[in-house]
Design a protein around this ligand. Structure first.
Ligand code: AMP
Ligand code: MG
Length: 342
């Protein structure tokens, strides 16, 4: 496809138009509370294949299916397991994807041949209206070109996808800012966290009694061999800049960065720290004690670094608990697992 992409608003008419495009096998980027999704009819294999083409997405990386009403789960999964139900009751609508056994009605292209499917009921009202207007469940990965930071504004989507998809629905800036938490709940009674996001492992444990964290989340190695969450083995965000995480307090970070700058060096630091860095160019990604703000900022900040032509970037290293784990997980991948402890 090489025609101009249609820009739509969240007016009733435009939402109906997006629904029609999707129902007819087209591709539309839609706002959700996590990041913008690149949606297609999840029951139509040829529509779903277009998502992989537009993104340049590896063929073994499954997509999440988005629904507008919790009752739709019964038509899409063989077993709405007790753990999955508990999680849905507690966190839907919201930024949680629950992995369950899949029914054949879902195109095999969505799940890349797996017997399970990830399902999410988004909180964003426009997302739910678009899904309802389409009248079918929507498969939707993040609406970025594969390898680029996930889009949190319609402009980010436009920069990556103009001319490659039918429409973009502009719903403003995403309120969570990182992709959904992914949790395995297809069997057993202990959920397994496969990807951290806006719902923290602590929040899941509170509801289910426990939450196992998959090894690939915390290991600082690139995942190899068989992994439960295929997306985690891909390098994911690879900005043009060479990023290194500096795991230290601010004084040690400042000293380290100032010794290497200001020529050819960029700092990726918390709010209010940049101007204390002795003339080093910087981008800030939220206040140190506000992980939600860091989630909202992290992907924009990575795009801004590339726009400014940053080559060598030293980044503050987020904590690994609560919602910070989601920010750490994205940044350590953007840094290709380079981390220095001071
Ligand atoms: P994205 O849509 O780009 O946010 O990526 C979706 C991610 O969800 C994938 O990269 C996988 O890591 C994960 N995922 C989706 N479906 C499954 C599944 N059936 N089993 C395990 N992980 C899944
Ligand atoms: Mg993605």
């Amino acid at each position: 496809m090489n025609k101009e992409t249609l820009m739509l608003s969240c007016s009733e008419t435009d939402i109906a138009r997006a629904g029609e495009i999707l129902r007819n096998g087209g591709l539309a980027a839609i706002p959700t509370e996590t990041v913008y999704g690149l949606a297609a009819n999840a029951l139509d294999g040829s529509a779903v294949r277009k998502i992989f083409e537009a993104k340049g997405r590896p063929q073994d990386n499954p997509l999440i299916v988005h629904i507008s009403d919790v009752e739709q789960v019964y038509g899409l999964t063989k077993n709405f397991t007790p753990v999955a139900k508990k999680l849905a009751d507690a966190f839907w609508p919201g930024p949680l994807t629950i992995i369950m056994p899949k029914k054949d009605i879902i195109a095999s292209e969505v799940t890349c041949g797996l017997s399970t499917v990830g399902i999410r009921l988004p909180e964003n009202e426009w997302a739910r209206k678009i899904i309802a207007a389409a009248g079918v469940p929507l498969a939707a990965p993040s609406a970025n070109s594969s390898g680029r930071p996930s889009p949190t504004t319609a402009k980010h989507v436009f920069d990556d996808m103009n001319g490659k998809i039918d429409a973009i629905v502009d719903g403003g800036e995403c309120t969570v800012g990182v992709e959904s938490t992914v949790v395995y709940a297809a069997d057993g009674d202990e959920p397994v966290l496969l990807r951290p996001g806006g719902i923290s492992p602590e929040m899941i444990a509170q509801v289910c009694g426990a939450c196992r964290i998959d090894d690939n989340i915390l290991s600082d190695m690139e995942a190899v061999g068989e992994v439960m969450s295929p997306g985690m083995k891909h390098k994911h965000y690879s900005p043009d800049a060479r990023i290194t995480l500096i795991d230290s307090d601010f004084p040690a970070y400042k000293k380290y960065v100032e010794e290497r700058g200001p020529q050819d060096v960029f700092a990726l630091c918390y709010d209010g720290e940049g101007e204390r860095l002795g003339g080093i160019p910087y981008i800030e990604f939220g206040a140190e004690n506000d992980p939600q703000a860091q989630c909202r900022r992290v992907f924009s900040a990575l795009r801004e670094l590339d726009e400014k032509g940053a080559k060598t970037v030293y980044a503050r290293c987020p904590k690994k608990d609560g919602t910070s784990l989601a920010v750490y997980n994205r940044l350590i991948r953007a840094a290709a697992f380079r981390k220095i402890e001071l």
